[in-house]
Design a protein around this ligand. Sequence first.
Ligand code: HEC
Ligand code: HEC
Ligand code: HEC
Ligand code: HEC
Ligand code: HEC
Length: 190
Amino acid sequence: MNKYFFVFLLCLLVSGCDQVTRHQVLTTIFEGVPSLPPPEELCSDYHEQEMKKYLDEKAGRELAAKKDTTLAAISHHKPYVEKKCKDCHDFESKVGLVRPKLELCVMCHTNFIKGSFVHGPVEVGDCSACHLPHSSEYSSLLEMDKNRLCDKCHTEKRLAANMHKQVMAKGMNCVDCHDPHFGDAMYFLK
Ligand code: HEC
Ligand code: HEC
Ligand code: HEC
Ligand code: HEC
Ligand code: HEC
């Protein structure tokens, strides 16, 4: 067998072993392998390595478990996560923002409006009426649960009150039928 190939195989074989076995295998085949450190040191090194591996795996498992529950339900704004604070903030100015609040969001969310019917707060650039700027425990950076959000402003009596009562009783959401921003149909119906 080719000598180098043999050494390669050997390295593969022993790379998974602990220090002691690796040393034993190597010394029986090669000369000049440095002698082992005193046993106490060797054991604590080995223990430390194994402990680190174990803790890393544990941390990984815990993070994965967390992702399944809390993290999945949380939304984060990209520029906030990327710490581009100064894209929005001028901490030296009085308001603390680079633009007045109603002009801030559309600075990046350009050409946002696409339908011929536009929702009141969207029309005036008041994205913050429904969204938080940094992160949220609800999807899409929403300030509150989608089901409660609309009721914050729409306390007026529905013209189509009976129909709404019926569909809401069936467990539907407002955004199942209405786009929250705009649409080509009246009332931004989807
Ligand atoms: C997309 C724009 C945007 C980005 C990016 C952003 N912020 Fe904000 N931040 C806002 C807005 C809007 C407010 C609310 C201001 C208000 O209501 O007067 C705010 C509020 C704040 C406040 C006031 C307290 C609070 O939490 O309401 C602090 C402090 C703050 N931001 C820090 C930061 C830091 C630090 C970063 C970067 C890691 C950051 N922001 C990134 C838009 C942004
Ligand atoms: C500096 C640029 C910038 C500004 C200013 C900005 N955004 Fe964003 N926003 C982004 C980027 C980038 C994304 C991610 C888009 C993507 O992933 O396709 C995003 C995504 C979002 C999303 C979708 C989040 C999700 O989880 O689906 C919402 C909602 C949002 N922004 C609201 C706002 C609001 C409200 C403001 C004003 C307070 C604002 N944005 C200001 C850059 C900006
Ligand atoms: C009346 C409340 C309301 C206002 C005002 C509002 N949004 Fe939203 N937005 C929502 C809701 C609700 C969703 C989630 C829709 C869903 O899950 O079906 C959403 C989702 C989004 C998303 C995620 C992707 C998408 O299009 O569904 C972005 C981006 C976004 N909004 C940007 C904005 C920007 C920019 C403004 C301001 C110009 C704005 N929103 C104003 C309620 C609002
Ligand atoms: C921040 C307050 C606010 C929130 C939150 C809000 N709206 Fe509105 N909505 C308005 C305003 C203001 C108008 C314009 C009223 C007018 O023109 O008479 C409007 C108009 C509408 C209209 C058109 C009504 C008409 O007679 O033309 C519909 C449909 C609507 N909203 C649905 C929703 C839905 C669905 C949600 C939740 C995703 C929602 N709104 C959340 C403020 C809000
Ligand atoms: C099953 C679909 C559906 C759901 C869910 C729904 N709507 Fe509507 N909504 C409609 C239709 C269809 C119309 C038009 C009724 C008409 O033309 O008589 C309408 C009309 C409206 C209007 C304007 C006219 C009126 O009746 O006052 C508002 C405002 C509105 N809806 C708000 C909401 C809100 C807020 C929710 C959640 C609480 C909601 N809708 C849930 C289908 C729906």
